[in-house]
Design a protein around this ligand. Sequence first.
Ligand code: TPP
Ligand code: MG
Length: 590
Amino acid sequence: MPRMTAADAAVAILRREGVTNAFGLPGAAINPFYAAMRRDGGIRHTLARHVEGASHMAEGYTRARAGNIGVCVGTSGPAGTDMITGLYSASADSIPILCITGQAPVARLHKEDFQAVDIAAVAGPLTKMAMTVLEPAQVPGAFQQAFHLMRSGRPGPVLIDLPFDVQLAEIDFDPETYQPLPAYKPAATRAQIAKALDMLAAAERPIIVAGGGIINADAADLLTEFAELTDTPVVPTLMGWGAMPDDHRLMAGMAGLQTAHRYGNATVLASDFVLGIGNRWANRHTGGLATYTAGRTFVHVDIEPTQIGRVFAPDYGIVSDAGAALRLFVEVARERRGSLPDRTAWVEQCRHRRATMQRRTHFDNVPIKPQRVYEEMNRAFGQQTRYVSTIGLSQIAAAQFLHVYRPRHWINAGQAGPLGWTTPAALGVCVADPDTPVVALSGDYDFQFMIEELAVGAQFNLPYIHVLVNNAYLGLIRQSQRGFDMDYCVQLSFDNVNAPEVGGYGVDHVKVAEGLGCKALRVTEPGEIGPALEEAKKLMAEYRVPVVVEVILERITNISMGTELDNVTEFEDLAERREDAPTAVVALLD
Ligand SMILES: Cc1ncc(C[n+]2csc(CCOP(=O)(O)OP(=O)(O)O)c2C)c(N)n1
Ligand SMILES: [Mg+2]
């Protein structure tokens, strides 16, 4: 039997589980693991500038491609605690990442050793498994179980904590005959799917709410096929956006309190039946449940049994992987072709709402209004673009105005929304798929949170475009403080003694980005946005580094949001003519 250190066995398992990349940074307590990675030579390591950044890179890496599992590595103590936000974000959005930490030697864990923290306990609620491996011979089993759990049921992160002496201990392990454990994915039965289809057929105005589970299951094509077979309009959730292309005739818009379309909300409210697949009835999607559920029948399909009924009791629940359910939905719907109800009138109503209920994007104001930025982005970036964003007015407006055409092309920290996520997540996406153009979108605060990670993009030649919309405000919080009648601790503006040209907007992002080895442009007029985005593409191709396009916005713009699906406040003029929303996918009716 081959003998090797437990760290060597761990790396051998990573390789056999398909891992080719890791994000992290070494420290003394994880050096044996780094030594094993070095000996192996098959794992490409991206050195983060902040350990939290490594954890978000791992998440971006997972999300970019079906089957990927991002790995982040750090030392004991603060490296583990820095990655807690990454574990939270990944678990909240059902994304598998494997977090590996070094630890003090086993015999000293209880002696308040240098940088010894019970990271497994800290990470417990945020992971599917968090384990400090105390026996070297358990290391292979711990890693095997980690991959099994990450891939089974509702996906999510795992943390494995490796004491220094455990990493170095020699064990018997045969990598050649190692075999990943089969993943457990519950599947709907035919009877269940037939019943759900009966309910859908009995409805008059049905919709499908398509959640991120469909993207996790790589089942976007099946969703589109099923929607077409039954002629059912689709309302993607924020996590499901891209599962059906925005220009599909059955795409009915997103619903919710913030990242939603007026027509999406109106269509949910007009519906009498909702088939939710791989979604979790997030509160910013549903708003008040009384409004959301009144007069509607619900079927909920989810891979995790305890999700059924968690937010409200559906009329019928099915425990199933979204892909397995959709395969059967397609099969049974095909068999019923000819006897399914005619939905022409309902589909036309949904489409009419889409063609009449648009928000205005075309403003010529200086300082620039944010809506105009998204209009220019729609023009500049093609259907193959992957967007990465996190939170803020910037992200909310992006979801209202941008267009997404493919699964995994809207990569967003939906539930946790940790400021700073955008830059490292975008870098992880670039590592996973260097051939697809990546466009990140941040507000100025999100951008400043993990700005140092730009250096990683410069060092490892990970080119992408980062659109930075700068209002010198914690804009979303400023807007929510209107309810408290205050504007308190949300200003980011100051007179920068080194950069009078930023006109009181505070941080000189162009200089910082350049200082970190990236390229950067700043625009202040709406007519400059398009040319700057084109210039950014050229710079990116020439220098192979991240390119920041900073757009100086008007300081105060309130973005549409509300408390209920039927109570969303509009702050700006609505589109009345085609020229008001020239990049809308469905042309505005005259
Ligand atoms: C770690 C963390 N702290 C606080 C928040 C709350 N929060 C959400 S958005 C936001 C302000 C974002 O400002 P900016 O990135 O400039 O975007 P804007 O809303 O101005 O477009 C804050 C503080 C958060 N999401 N994450
Ligand atoms: Mg801001």
